[in-house]
Design a protein around this ligand. Structure first.
Ligand code: UD1
Length: 340
């Protein structure tokens, strides 16, 4: 759980609030923060997160879960956690409506949850002396006109309300840093994958869907010709970057792309998954998904310079680890089914 990043910066354990901490990336971040000696409070409304993602933390003296919505007044929500662990010093903010297509269908709801939630959180931070907020931003702030590879200085011109929320959230952070002294780091995640990514929705990440289908022997659908590319980064590398930014002054008041710098096609992902699983799944093609970008990969310079970020898990290893988790889930479901 350590990385190159840790050696360069002094980590400061303390009380960290993780919004959306029962979700995919949030729950891994909780694991990393606890491993670094923090006291961790999670706020999650369980709309897309699961208590099971935090099963390993339950009962710990340094961990508290609060079921609450990010659009509520956070002071009363956090009161019991503050009594128990002291004032919140740092925040990792993941809680959001995360489906890009849903944001297109219902932009008003999307803005209320995502931008409204971020504004509420920053007000809590300002009023309660929180030192730093790490924000889960997204490569969705870039569109198809962005250069390949994309850097933080490339023009951000979102192609969805979700991307607009994330970009506007970054401006909110900048404003609170300049006028209210709340430091921040905004991490623009590329395509994150790994254990605990839920494959069950139309909006799920491609790797989680394909692994799930391959293990079940069900057909795999590639939209378009499969030559579109993404930069897939393993979730524990991402969680490590979040924890590093949250617990130190690294990346203060900066926007940083988090990926691997490696561009991989969906066809290649499919071949590797079929090979790793030995699956007999049929692969079929459907027309491109509306709004999909063709190529996506990041430069690494800023993440390396500011966070000493160096991904530790390569794609093949990450897929193998994710596959082991998917198989474990399938087995647990079978056992639950036969016990019922
Ligand atoms: C992802 C993120 C999104 C983030 C965005 C940043 C997920 C679920 N979504 O969207 O939150 O803001 O990056 O750019 O991680 N595909 C198939 N078959 C499928 C599913 C997907 O071929 O069954 C293809 C898609 O058409 C796309 C690629 O796989 O070309 C990746 O899709 P997906 O995993 O949904 O991620 P993004 O659309 O890149």
């Amino acid at each position: 759980m350590t990385s190159n990043a840790l050696s360069k910066f002094v980590a400061k354990p303390g009380h960290v609030l993780v919004t959306g901490g029962a979700g995919f990336i949030g729950s891994h971040t909780v694991d990393h923060l606890l491993a670094r000696g923090c006291r961790v409070t999670v706020i999650d409304n369980l709309s897309t997160g699961y208590r099971a993602n935090l099963a390993q933390c339950e009962g710990r003296a340094d961990f508290q879960f609060i079921e609450a919505d990010i659009t509520q007044d956070l002071a009363p929500v956090c009161e019991c956690a503050v009594k128990r662990f002291g004032a919140v010093e740092r925040i990792a903010h993941f809680a959001a409506q995360t489906a890009v297509p849903l944001s297109v269908e219902d932009p008003v709801m999307d803005i209320q949850v995502n931008l409204g939630g971020t504004a509420r959180l920053l007000e809590y931070a300002r009023r309660n002396g929180v030192q730093k907020v790490v924000f889960a931003s997204s490569s969705a702030v870039y569109d198809d006109d962005a250069p390949v590879p994309v850097s933080e200085t490339s023009t951000a011109r979102p192609a969805s309300p979700y991307g607009i929320d994330k970009l506007a959230g970054e401006f909110f952070l900048d404003y609170y840093a300049r006028y209210h002294g709340v430091a921040f780091t905004a991490l623009r995640f590329m395509n994150v994958y790994g254990p605990r990514q839920d494959p069950s929705s139309y909006y799920s990440g491609v790797i989680s869907i394909f692994l799930d289908r391959a293990v079940a022997g069900q057909p795999i659908t590639i939209f378009d010709d499969g030559e579109q590319t993404r930069d897939f980064v393993y979730v524990t590398d991402v969680a490590d970057a979040v924890a590093t930014a949250a617990l130190s002054d690294a990346g203060n008041c900066a926007v940083i792309n988090i990926g691997t710098g490696i561009e991989v096609s969906i066809n290649r992902i499919t071949r590797t998954i079929i090979e790793l699983t030995g699956s007999t799944s049929q692969v079929r093609h459907e027309p491109p998904r509306p709004g999909d970008i063709r190529r996506s990969v990041t430069t690494m310079t800023r993440a390396e310079d500011l966070l000493a970020f160096a991904p530790q898990v390569d794609l093949r290893d990450g897929l193998a680890r994710t596959l082991a988790w998917v198989r474990g889930q399938a087995l647990a479901n079978t056992r639950r089914g036969s016990a019922a």
